[in-house]
Design a protein around this ligand. Structure first.
Ligand SMILES: [Zn+2]
Length: 352
């Protein structure tokens, strides 16, 4: 979850569109393919105006996007083949692979029928803790807490902090304040306990969002058996690895393979770093993913794939299909590669 570079990408998209740069630039910056990043795919989100609506796209848009990309020559391949094509320098032609983080139930009920129609494979990254309840969809729980109350009080070492959530504008600010509190002030190891205390004291069910929106193990086993589906790992507890000790980060990255094997009968071969932005994944985390034996690992850094990524298979960028920008023009601009250097301080080869 969480789309860190949204503002910079919006700027990049507009620059590219208004200057007409995208089609001209494609031969120079186009790359060999792209890894698309989804979260939820539903026509009927519970909260259409949610602060987290960037995490959801409509099934109709997924359908149109795949059709548009196929028409312009993209081959949709599974992650295993994507890795092979990167290693081969993109010789098989331009390709795309679809990924979805967190294992939302709508991936099965609303996305899969469209993927079947197009023969497009998907990799779904599962964090077992989110399924078992040792981790929470905290960004949804935070939204529920803020929506439930007119004001909130946080317990902090230097005294309590009261946050106004009495108006829509204040609720927006309160969401941002709570995100900052939980991802920088609270220790990563304490996140669940602090969130659950806050939920309990404000009358909100912290289990609600994950039980309502994520698949259970039976559903994951069923989708894992589908020929178009690859299950990847997303740490055990959806952890920001950079905020953990070396031992804990290694455990979260590596031990999840055996946990998924115990549930699904097969060790996952691919990995996605939770959050995936610069303050969640760096050189150390890339080393842990490589040491754990994954064939690939993806971030949420914005970029198309280049032949040089053969040397960086554990730091692959993605193109986020963002619920706030569901337009084929935006997707075409991003796939042209022109936004890759614009969003990355001029860098064409995006790793970490
Ligand atoms: Zn995630």
């Amino acid at each position: 979850m969480i789309d860190g570079g949204e503002a910079i990408r919006k700027l990049a998209l507009n620059v590219a569109r208004y200057t007409g740069l995208a089609p001209l630039a494609k031969p120079f910056v186009g790359g060999i393919g792209a890894i698309l990043m989804l979260h939820r795919v539903t026509a009927t989100p519970e909260k259409p105006h949610s602060v987290n609506r960037h995490l959801n796209i409509a099934p109709g848009f997924l359908d149109a996007m795949i059709a548009d990309m196929k028409a312009s020559g993209y081959a949709f391949v599974a992650m295993d083949e994507a890795v092979e094509r990167i290693k081969a320098g993109g010789k098989g032609g331009q390709f795309a692979t679809i990924t979805a983080d967190d294992a939302y139930r709508d991936n099965m009920t609303e996305a899969l029928p469209l993927l079947e129609k197009h023969g497009a494979p998907i990799t779904i990254y599962v964090a077992p803790g989110l399924i078992n309840g040792t981790a929470d969809l905290w960004w949804d729980v935070v939204e529920d807490i803020v929506n439930a109350r007119d004001s909130l009080t946080l317990t902090r070492p230097n005294g309590p902090l009261t946050i106004d959530c009495s108006t829509p504008a204040k609720k927006l600010q309160a969401n941002a304040r709570l995100h900052a509190y939980l991802t920088s002030e609270v220790r990563e190891e304490d996140l669940q306990a602090v969130l659950r205390d806050l939920a309990r004291s404000n009358g909100v069910d912290a289990d609600g969002p994950r039980l309502r929106t994520l698949m259970n193990w039976d559903e994951i086993r069923s989708i894992a058996a589908h020929p178009l589906v690859t299950i990847g790992a997303h740490t055990i507890n959806h952890s920001n690895l950079k905020r953990l000790s070396e031992a804990d980060a290694r455990q979260e990255t590596g031990a999840v393979r055996a946990m998924l094997q115990a549930e699904l009968g097969e060790k996952p071969g691919h990995f996605a770093y939770p959050y995936g932005y610069a303050s969640a994944v760096g050189c150390r985390e890339v080393r842990f993913a490589r040491d754990s034996g994954y064939a690939s690992a993806v971030t949420t850094r914005h970029g198309v794939l280049r032949a040089e990524h053969a040397g960086f298979l554990h730091a692959l960028p993605r193109i986020s299909v963002n619920g706030r920008y569901q337009s084929l023009a935006h997707i075409r601009t991003m796939l042209s590669g022109v936004t890759t250097p614009l969003a990355n301080a001029g860098k064409m080869l995006v790793t970490i």
